[in-house]
Design a protein around this ligand. Sequence first.
Ligand SMILES: [Cu+2]
Length: 157
Amino acid sequence: MKTSLMLAVLAAALASSVAWADAGHSHGDTKAFGEPGDPKKPSRTVEVVMKETDDGKMLFEPISITANRGEQVHFVLKNQGQIDHEFMLATRADNDKHAIAMRKNPDMEHDEPNGRRVGPGKSDEITWKFSKSGEFNFACLIPGHREAGMDGTVAVK
Ligand SMILES: [Cu+2]
């Protein structure tokens, strides 16, 4: 009995994860704002620090970045905080949608060309080519973090 119950639970979990995939947990239409960079080509390094403050805020430093269209930016993501943070680069509309998906599944970890989850004291890197001009968003989509201040902009001219 116990085994069959467990199997039923597993099957249900599997079914819901398939439904989840079908629901399209999208990481955004990255072509709307650029493409994964080529690490062999020249790029400008921008260091982004992620951390919490004593008064309960969470932030990126810097919170706004500018780039030229066609430029490659090598982001060095440094989590100097005490908890996990994310750097998710996308259009604002996509990050808004993605944030809703994250609320349903807050533990999902990202390791994508345009986003990473970085543990406390750790760092990671992303190279991105900004091939479109416009104003884009980078945010930490772990529930509550964006609201606490982790919401930045990239202006591409
Ligand atoms: Cu965060």
